[in-house]
Design a protein around this ligand. Sequence first.
Ligand code: AHG
Ligand code: MN
Ligand code: MN
Length: 340
Amino acid sequence: MSKIVTIERFILDYQPDYARGEFTNLLYDIALAAKVIAHKTNRAGLTDILGRAGATNIQGEQQQKLDVFADDIIFRICDHTGRLCAMASEEREDFMQIPEPYKKGSYVLVYDPLDGSSNIDVNVSIGTIFGIYRCVDWDLRGRIEDVLQPGRKLVAAGYVLYGSSTMLVYTTGQGVNGFTLDPELGEFLLSHENMRLPEPPAYYSVNHAYYEKWSPATQRYLRWLQGSEGKTGQPMSSRYIGSLVADIHRNLLQGGVFCYPAEVNKPNGKIRLLYEAAPLAFLVEQAGGYASNGYASIMDLQPTDLHQRTPLYIGNRSLVYQAEKFLQEEHSVSGSMTTG
Ligand code: AHG
Ligand code: MN
Ligand code: MN
């Protein structure tokens, strides 16, 4: 019979060599935040009955929007524990130093508290994304340098999916493991051990509504994914949820590529480097995949701005390499036309 392993047990058993209590406990904190957010998202459909987000409740308090609630919960669970020197959230303009008088720790937490927010009101899967870095200078209270680090420096990353069940999937650089929340027990139990992107990949995920705004090479790549432009092998099918976490999760289980390309008037696309692309790039690499902006690994991009966006191609290696091939050919042709 298979063993029952809680996330607490697993984190403890597989903590990296450098991890002291601080790192291990930070992962527990994130699991706790995930449970609180899952509990709230499960009741999201009741807001019309029990009070709409943005409206005033019976105690005269403002009901929070779910993404503000999630942001607040993560901050309040993590700010006073002495494990972090700084945090940065997609929901906040500036990064956050750990406030006095709390002890500061050695790690930095970056997060997208609620991903796929357009899906909240229509009862479609949403998620949370997180990444953990070491502070650059352990003696100082958090500075912008601690937060603006490339994905290559991540020591852990993961996501929580609030779907037909709640799952927490994470990596500390030793593969990827997934845990499913048992709502009765309130425990995350190991359900997906050593996750690897399967071959051959089944799906590509992209918002086709933007087709006319893509460069010719991007359009060719999409036609290649559809089986023309010289693609051989099994034809792929298309799935697009509009919640990055849910699209990545499905592709992780069934193989595929998620694309959010550059557009004519949006050269950096939409996905945020720090809170979305870099943590997921680390996780997908650990599952045997690859993530690129079309020209370089997402993991090597040095962020210069907290809310910087990047084009994103992420999933099975062979599919992402092909995106790079089309885009780089276009780049070198247009480069040689302007220089020649
Ligand atoms: P967020 O809800 O955190 O702002 O992220 C939304 C993102 C991402 O989850 C999704 O893949 C993408 O927006 C969908 O964008 P389009 O509606 O432009 O396809
Ligand atoms: Mn998001
Ligand atoms: Mn978000």
